[in-house]
Structure formats: C-alpha cells, structure tokens
Unconditional design. Structure first.
Length: 101
C-alpha cells in the first residue's frame, strides 16, 4: 500500500532497525523531496510475523484510503507518480545500505 494519496509523503515504521538506516532513509527521502511521516501501527499487516518474533523490519505505507479492501479498491486509484517516488526511495535506500563499508 504505497501508491495512493499525496506523492510527496510516505509513512514509515520500523522495529529494531539501527538508527544509521533511519538516517539513510531520511537522506534519500530528502533528495527525492519526499516527506517521511511516522507510522506506529503494523501489527495487522504483512510484517506482523516479524514483529511477533522480534525480528528487525521496516515498512512504508500510504494510509490506504477510505476504499482499502472494498470493491472500490482498484488499480485506477493508484498514483503512478507516488509509486515511482516510493520505488526510487526504496532503491536508493537499499543501494546505500548495500554500499556501506
């Protein structure tokens, strides 16, 4: 759920992730002109199994909109600009993590 609403804002939550990675994400987001907003809840999504086992994880989320998991939840509601921004953010972040000494 990262392709809806404002293309310049994404929510981020993490659990057990080192602060250095948070700094990389913030740097990448700044360069891409994306605002990062904190997300506290994640216990009912894909990463819930990691949370239950206390395994470090992080996830981006767009808020879902009012139509999440309804008949109105269709591809026409996806913002291509938002998907591109988030994909670039994830790529740049992963690249920088992998490129660290």
């Amino acid at each position: 759920m990262v392709g809806r609403n404002d293309p310049l804002v994404i929510k981020l939550a993490s659990h057990g992730v080192p602060g250095a990675i948070d700094a990389i994400i913030e740097q990448s987001a700044k360069e891409l002109a994306i605002a990062i907003e904190p997300l506290d809840d994640g216990a009912s999504s894909d990463q819930a199994a990691f949370l239950l086992k206390d395994i470090p994880c992080m996830w981006f989320y767009d808020g879902g909109g009012n139509f999440i998991h309804t008949a109105a939840d269709s591809w026409e509601n996806i913002s291509v600009k938002k998907l591109e921004k988030v994909a670039r953010l994830v790529f740049l972040t992963v690249y920088r993590i992998a490129d660290r000494d």
